[in-house]
Design a protein around this ligand. Sequence first.
Ligand code: ADP
Ligand code: ZN
Length: 552
Amino acid sequence: MAKKYLFKMSIWLLLFIPILTTHRIADAELSLGDKVPYSEFKKLIQDDRLEEVVLYPTTVKGILKSEEGTKGKKSVTTVRIEDPDLIKDLMTHKIIFSAATNGGWSQGLSFIWFVPMIIFLIMMMRARRGAPSAGLMSIGKSRANLYVDKDTGVTFDDVAGVDEAKEELKEVIDYLKNPGKYQRLGGKLPKGVLLVGPTGTGKTLLAKAVAGEAKVPFFSMSGSGFVEMFVGVGAARVRDLFAQAQGKAPCIIFIDEIDALGKARAAAPISGGNEERENTLNQLLVEMDGFDTRKGVILMAATNRPEILDPALLRPGRFDRHILVDRPDIKGREDILKVHCKNVKLSNKVDIKTIAARTPGFVGADLANVVNEAALLAARVGKESVEMDSFEEAINRMIAGLEKKKKVMSKKEQKIIAYHESGHALVAESVPGADKVHRISIIPRGISALGYTLQLPTEDRYLLTRSELLDRLAVLLGGRVAEELTFNEVSTGAQNDLERATDIAMSMVREYGMSEKIGPMTFHNGRRPQFIDLGYRAGRELSEEVSKEIDQ
Ligand code: ADP
Ligand code: ZN
């Protein structure tokens, strides 16, 4: 660690060197002049060549009388020696003289030197103590990364479709509002609340809303913001964050993407970067154990990967409350759309229920995006209010990306794509278990889709049956089959379909136990799961035969 530390410091010093050297050179030309022996200096006085003299504690500077032909004033410096006659000489030769408390050689050591030197010293001291350096970063980046909001202004009305999470969080709000009430009988307030759910479902928004409802300050930082390139900075930031927050209690500390620093310690191979992350994580654990809930500081964190978190974080007394913030269902989507449509001028023909039905799988952030995009699209074409077709286009953009009208395709390609997409649509309409076809397009969109067939479920689905999955496989293969039947040849266009079909088929066999031959067993990533540990070592490789059978 010490080595790395020194290396990093030297990088910092390198950053300063250009400033230092240029400063040095400029200084020399301006004031230092030629260094001369004291005897020569005295001679300059005797010869009446000096115009002015400045006496510094350890040096003497003499400014020469300007001579013909030379530009500007030259100066000389010399080391000051005990010379009782100096002042007398200066006076007899009528040289202006003055004294200055600082300068001469020490002038080279002026202000600009001090900044890096002090930083360097602080770093050295901290390195000695084995403690991480906060000095540097608190001068630099730390503040920018820590985000404090005295009043978030967000309330529960701004968050929709997550009623259960809201219900659970109401308790936390109450704790923050009257910490005394709950401790009356000796109970300890919860310390940490972990919000778990996919990105964009409103975890950050919820945390802000809790702060807003309780009217307490909101401190937030991102887990990845803690893990920095400077060793020890992460831990220092954690300390800093808690110190600041405790001073403002009651309040909420929110750590987004906590998985970035809270990854299970054993899960990752040992390397430099992990060491730093671990230090940060350890500091977080220390702070969590140390802080006093009586003051009403509540820690909230968000992650979409709870399974990779270090178990130490989830222990009682730490993040022991877990709240699921899941993708919204159709009713939830409707409510979220309503929140975001509040300030949008909608045509009275817009039916929010229909939009909610067309956006299965969308999270709050997607829906906010759809509303905004629709409003912009409508404004672009000069409409008075936002109509349904703008929403339709906004949804398509979200699903498939921007239309690429400029991407020119040959007639032949367009024909292939048309047949391909029709193949998907035909199969989808003719098998019982497939979702309804909503739209077929051969206008290229996004990065890779040349055309697409959009099917929409009539309801949200949480379970799929075996026959429904088989129907999905059929629909996915429909495009390629259509190409084969029409052109007697296949193209590269089916690549993504095949990828998804392979995924589904593999999952059916390996995870859902839907293969008669293999039977009801699971093989995650081609490995036996650990919990069926009947004499097998955990994570044992599959035998050759079983792998082969799965593939078949
Ligand atoms: P997360 O933290 O879960 O990734 P965010 O809270 O950052 O999600 O959500 C991003 C944005 O999406 C929010 O600022 C808000 O505009 C919108 N949003 C997300 N979820 C909801 C929701 N449940 N209700 C209303 N708006 C939401
Ligand atoms: Zn296809």
